[in-house]
Each structure stands twice: as C-alpha cells, then as structure tokens.
Design a protein around this ligand. Structure first.
Ligand code: GLC
Length: 426
C-alpha cells in the first residue's frame, strides 16, 4: 500500500507541473474574497496557495467563517441581504442553494458549468445545487453521516460493528463499563448538526419531515420512536458524555480520536484526522461502518456537503469562476481527499487506486455515499430547521416532553408552510 506522504508528495508534484505550465504573468492583480467555514483539516490554505501560484493576476482573501453551519449561514445572510459585494465566492452548505437562488443572491452557472461537466459529478450533490432546473453552485466536497468505531475493542469482544440502534446501545454500554471511556459521541448542540443526527434516526424508523404533499410528519409514531431513541441514548442508557448536548462535529471528533469514546457519528473528514498521529491517539484502531437502523439494513445517512457559489453582487465574477473551477478540479479534489479527508464530488476519483489505498472505505461505502438522503430541498429549509433545532434540543435537555417537541415542531412547520406560498423542489 502506497504510504500517505508519498502519495501526497506525488500529488503535489503533479499539481506543481500543472501550475508551472499554466502560470500567467499579468501585472494587474484582482483580489477576490472567499468565505469559507473554519478549516478543521488544515488543507484549505495549501489549496489557495496552489491557486495563487497558477493565477498570478488574482489575489485571494480568505474570510474564515464560524465552524457551525447555522452561524455561518447567519453571517452570509447579513452580507447577501445587504447586497454587499465584499465576498465573491461563498462556500455554501448543500441545504442553502435553493434559498440563496430564490433570494437572488447567487449567480446561475448553467453557461459556465455545462450539463456534460455536471455529469462528471455525483448526482446527489448536483441535484442539491440546482433550483428550478438551473445550477447555482459547483459541488466542492460531499458528506454522508457514518459510524466510526474502535476496531480493537470490538475485536477483543468478538463483536461485529452494530447494525441496529439496539446493538449500538449494547456495545457502547459494554465498552463504557469495561474500558471506562464514553460509549457514543455525536452532535447534539442546538444547531444544524442536531437536525442531521435526528433525521438519521427518523429515516431509519421509516419517518419523514414532510410527506409528498409537503405536509409535516413529525407527530407520527416513527418520529416519536426516533426522538425517544436519541433521548434514551443520552438519558436512559447514559452512554454519552454529559457534554454531548453542546457538541458540534469537532468536539465529538476530538473525544473519539483522543481515545475517549468507543463510537462516533460524524462525517468522512474525521477519517483523515483519525489516521493522523499528530492529532489522534487511535491511529490504525478505527473502523468505519454505515449508520445503524431500527432493524438491520435500515440505516440512513444524511447527505451533507459544501459547494462553491458566486455572489450576484461580486465585482469580479470572471476571476471568481476561475477560482471555483480550480477548487473543484480533479487535481484539487484528490489532494483535498487525502490531505483533508474530504469526500470528492467527482465520480472518477472513486476509481483512483491511490485514493482507494489511502481510504479503502471509499470503495466499500460508495453506495452509502451515493444513497445518502437529502434534507428537504426548499428555500424554507433554514426556517424549518430552526424550528426543529429549538424543539428537539428542548426535549433532549428535559425542558419539554418528546410528544410536545414533536407536536410543536409539526404545528410550527405547518404554519410556516401555509403562510409562505413557496414552491418545493422534488
Ligand atoms: C457538515 C455537512 C453539512 C451539514 C453540517 C451540519 O458540514 O456537510 O451539510 O449541514 O455538517 O453540522
């Protein structure tokens, strides 16, 4: 198996040749500003440097946004609603293209990003970047919820990774008692990540947020079972640390990679950090599996991912497009996959031998990645999610019952949908 450093060196070398052969020498520099979430992987700056080396006439100012997707959206909305031209390229969550396009905040890219080119990308992220048949962003990396587990601990107990929530609860409880570490960590702070986690339970119990007529379905038995399972994991079986209700991705990842938890629900980026000896105490001990379900084979993974969109108010859309094209190129996606553990959005990369040697789970879980389920695609998604974040978190922090949380969510989402006449993307 090719070693990770050698693979990286090779890839940087290829990129360098590409850069040298494409360099331009234009004395007048244009500065574009890229807004992007806090980088947990340490790879983003290297990608920007590579772009700068290739594009001598463009300067890139990187504005680091908060790590939480919800706070990031709030900052973006402040710029965009004010038609502020300061930010040229926005990295946007897969749940925002509909809202940003409907608000007239981002450029339609059909002329630059042809159907033929779109076809080289995974279908889920492409669909997520479309609104009313037009494309508004280029998929940068994709995400799907996964279960990470301590291979060494399960092997000692002769256990296969859990396929149901009941098995997970048992195995996590056993590891917690035996090894005095936390059983299971995930994201339960009041923010978008909590909704992603909840949806994975909801879908695995056969529930939905909205039915095919866009009627909320949260006061249903599957939704109650889903929230009860999540509640019981925290309060009844007590297999999580108390702090889990304040955890986002990085807090939960750090507990796991420091060897303090047996199971972790997270996105694929956690894999690369788990293999990195400078941040992980469990290199070589991590297994990865699809998320459990109510019964075997019924697990569901939430589709996440980030995309690059150009502000409608940008004064430099041409340079912004160059940047977007570069950041989503096959070369950059390869590097970002190995260096940052980010799941590529280009189909071809999943066949690359070096990438598969570095991340063998790409081969095994390609189907999971491709079948990850999207959150409702509507310009109203952020408002629906805000309701869920508040109501679910109140139930999980014992401020209201599970039934009340779901009744309230259903009623509030129903009212929201009734008063807004917005159309939905199917
Ligand atoms: C990840 C996903 C994104 C999701 C967020 C929630 O960044 O890619 O889609 O909304 O996590 O925290």
């Amino acid at each position: 198996m090719i070693c990770r450093n050698k693979l990286l060196n090779n890839m940087f070398f290829i990129l360098l040749i590409f850069i040298v052969s494409c360099s331009k020498k234009d004395p007048s520099k244009v500065t574009i500003t890229w807004a992007v979430g806090k980088d947990a992987t340490g790879a983003q700056n290297k990608l920007v440097d590579a772009f700068l080396a290739q594009n001598r006439n463009i300067n890139v100012r990187v504005i680091e946004m908060p790590g939480s997707a919800s706070s990031q959206r709030d900052s973006y909305v402040t710029y965009l609603a004010a038609k502020d031209p300061f930010i040229d390229v926005y990295s946007i969550d897969i749940i925002w293209p509909a809202e940003f396009a409907a608000s007239g905040w981002i450029l339609e890219l059909d002329k630059l990003f042809s159907a033929k080119e779109q076809d080289k990308f995974l279908p889920g992220p492409i669909e997520g970047c479309k609104y009313k048949g037009k494309i508004y962003a280029v998929p940068w990396f994709t995400d799907a919820g996964m279960l990470y587990y301590r291979k060494d601990l399960l092997e000692k107990a002769k256990l296969a990774p859990p396929e149901t929530w009941t098995e997970l609860i048992k195995q996590a409880g056993m590891c917690q008692r035996k090894y005095k570490i936390n059983g299971f960590v995930f994201q339960a702070q009041q923010y978008e990540g909590l909704v992603c986690n909840f949806l994975e339970y909801l879908w695995s119990y056969g529930g939905e947020v909205l039915d095919s007529n866009n009627k909320p379905q949260l006061n249903t038995p599957p939704a109650k079972q889903a929230l009860k399972t999540l509640y019981d994991i925290i309060h009844t079986y007590k297999i999580t640390p108390e702090g889990v209700l304040t955890y986002q991705e990085e807090e939960s990842r750090q507990v796991f990679t420091s060897g303090q938890a047996a199971f972790l629900r997270n996105w694929p980026y956690a894999w690369a950090l788990g293999q990195d000896e400078t941040v992980s105490k469990v290199t070589g001990l991590i297994g990865i599996a699809p998320l459990p379900g109510k019964t075997k084979g019924q697990g569901a993974s939430c589709l996440g991912g980030w995309n690059l969109a150009i502000s409608r108010f940008s004064k430099h859309p041409k340079e912004a497009w160059k940047f977007v094209e570069f950041m989503t190129s096959p070369e950059v996606q390869m590097i970002y996959a190995v260096k940052g553990g980010r799941l590529p959005t280009r189909k071809s990369i999943y066949q690359d031998k070096d990438i598969l040697d570095f991340a063998p789970h790409y081969r095994d879980f390609y189907k999971v990645f491709v079948n990850a389920r999207p959150r409702p695609r509507t310009p109203l998604y952020s408002q629906i999610s805000d309701i869920l974040q508040i109501e679910l978190h109140k139930a999980l922090t014992n401020q209201q019952s599970i039934d009340d949380a779901l009744e309230n969510s259903n009623r509030k989402i129903n009212t929201l949908l009734k008063i807004s006449q917005q159309s939905f993307e199917k």
